[in-house]
Design a binder for this molecule. Sequence first.
Ligand code: ZN
Length: 137
Amino acid sequence: MAEQVSKPIPTPTLETRPYWEGCRQHELRIQKCAVCAHHQFYPRIYCSKCFSDKVEWVKISGRGKVSSFTIVRRPVSPAFKDDVPYVVALVTLEEGPTMMTNVVGCAPEKVEIGMPVEVTFEDWSDEISIAKFRPAS
Ligand code: ZN
């Protein structure tokens, strides 16, 4: 019988904890600058546009478009061997930032650049849910 290898579970940090708390509640949250209204992802302690430290966490639409992708056919580790083939994609959110993520819920061959997608969550543990994207309904 094949050995079961568990996936590496992300560890929230001081900067990323609000993101992970949102994911746990199945809400996609990113930072928004209170001074210039710029949205940013990944989390930072300053606004990447105006350098203000007045960044706050906001729930966003969870909608975006695939801006690039690849189909992974060889697992990067034994923990992902049951997942292949799967899609690693860059999704540009309606709010502007781009996230690296997976596109799920359709055959990998159906994914195309410009495809509208919406967030969905996979619960990996009681604490950690992973934001992925599926074709928009
Ligand atoms: Zn700003």
